[in-house]
Design a protein around this ligand. Structure first.
Ligand code: UD1
Length: 396
């Protein structure tokens, strides 16, 4: 079996890393050999958004880097489609495995769904590669989100839909996806987190930022925030109240804000610099809101694991805080990952200043009881590889 693995944007790398680990273990244990090619679309390309993750997670160098870079949604998706078709014709894999919900995910699945290549061995004249979607079935029910459109469309064309939580199975059933295509396997993001948790404790990020201890040797308290959704940062009437809430919260303890390139652009365009105690400081001082560069995987893991509170609009971070047991406040009206609320540490606060403040303060004073969701156990990648191996190569 030959698999083409697709990764394009930052949140994809942890998921693909877990799958590569599982393929390598499968091959090393004497299972039928699975050949794989790693394709990086280049949707994210800055060293801090991409290469650092490959280094931290020990992901092999991509076999192909499509280098599509940034542009409008349509141009980026179109460019990936054009370039990926050549790769498919060249590689002719049995399976194309895509993860998550970014533009690279839908672009590559769409190409694979219409791809046919000659089959030299069987009576069938043409072969279509199978499509495997990791993190299928998650739904925010908000079609204004580009990711929601990517999720729904990718699931429609996929042959193997690997889910992280039970809600996803229900969503797929309602959408008429046949049950035999859906496999509840758990969370590959959590595979990576559990594997790298110990190593992340060696990161020097807290010392580098002056966050480990105060002058008396007491561990410092701080919050972490991330923000990059177009709906939150591209519109000043939404971004401003969020910033005001965060500024107010940061009077009690410093808030560390590793800034996504999109968000940094908006801060500059909207002239919001005065909201921050400092932009890209060497050290975090007393109270205040501090923008820092985007961090690599291990640094970010140590930073969040030791935080008092996380505020975010990211999907992955809602899951990571659930595993880390760190209170999380999600700055959105909805989440496609409801288990992080029902079983995890997450609450939805929306984007209004008052609501953010209420939820954040509640989270700081009353820790939610949480329990680890089923199959968020470090073995999701292994389950995926076993299912593909069994389904495509038979049981013998
Ligand atoms: C994408 C995903 C989003 C995911 C996020 C994680 C889609 C539709 N969105 O959003 O689901 O949560 O990645 O970060 O696929 N940029 C750089 N350097 C980079 C990458 C981006 O400077 O390495 C800047 C560019 O100005 C670009 C902007 O960030 O225009 C946005 O990048 P893009 O890949 O279009 O979307 P994200 O907002 O990162």
């Amino acid at each position: 079996m030959k698999i083409v693995l697709v990764a394009g944007a930052r949140p994809n790398f942890m998921k693909v890393s877990a799958i590569i680990d599982a393929i390598q273990s499968h091959n090393a244990s004497g299972g039928r050999h699975i050949e794989y090619r790693l394709v990086h679309t280049g949707q994210h390309y800055d060293a801090q958004m991409s290469q650092t993750f490959f280094t931290d997670l020990g992901i092999p160098k991509p076999d192909v880097d499509m280098e599509v870079g940034s542009s409008s949604h349509a141009q980026q998706t179109g460019e990936i489609i054009k370039r990926f078709e050549f790769i498919m014709l060249d590689e002719q894999p049995d399976v194309v495995l895509v993860v998550g919900d970014v533009n690279s995910t839908i672009a590559c699945s769409l190409v694979a769904s219409k791809m046919m290549y000659p089959n030299p061995t069987a009576t069938l004249k043409l072969l279509r590669p199978r499509i495997a979607h990791v993190e299928a079935g998650l739904r925010s029910f908000d079609r204004e989100m580009p990711e929601e459109v990517n999720r729904v469309l990718t699931d429609v064309v996929s042959d193997f839909l690997f889910t992280t939580e039970r809600s996803a199975e229900k969503n797929l059933k309602k959408e008429g996806i046949p049950k035999d295509k859906v496999h509840f396997v758990g969370n590959t993001m959590v595979d990576s987190l559990l594997k790298h948790r110990k190593k992340s404790q060696e990161s020097a990020i807290l010392e580098r930022l002056g966050l480990s201890h105060d002058d008396k040797g007491v561990p410092r308290e701080y919050g972490v925030m991330t923000l990059h959704r177009p709906s939150n940062v591209d519109d000043l009437t939404c971004f401003q109240p969020i910033l005001e809430a965060l500024k107010e919260l940061s009077q009690d303890m410093p808030m560390v804000f590793p800034v996504h390139p999109r968000t940094m652009k908006r801060i500059q365009e909207f002239h919001l610099e005065s909201n921050f105690a400092s932009l890209i400081p060497q050290k975090i001082g007393g109270s205040g809101l501090y923008c820092i560069e985007p961090l690599g995987y291990l640094d970010f893991l140590r930073l969040t694991a030791n935080a008092k509170l996380v505020l975010t609009d990211s999907g992955g971070l809602q899951e990571e805080t659930t595993i880390l047991g760190v209170p999380c406040v999600t700055l959105r009206e909805n989440t496609e990952r409801p288990i992080t609320i029902t079983q995890g540490t997450n609450v939805l606060a929306g984007t209004m200043k008052d609501q953010i403040l209420i939820h954040a303060r509640q989270q700081l004073t009353h820790h939610k009881k949480h329990k680890r969701p089923k199959f968020w156990d470090g073995h999701a990648g292994q389950r995926i590889v076993e299912i593909l191996d069994r389904s495509l190569c038979g049981t013998s």
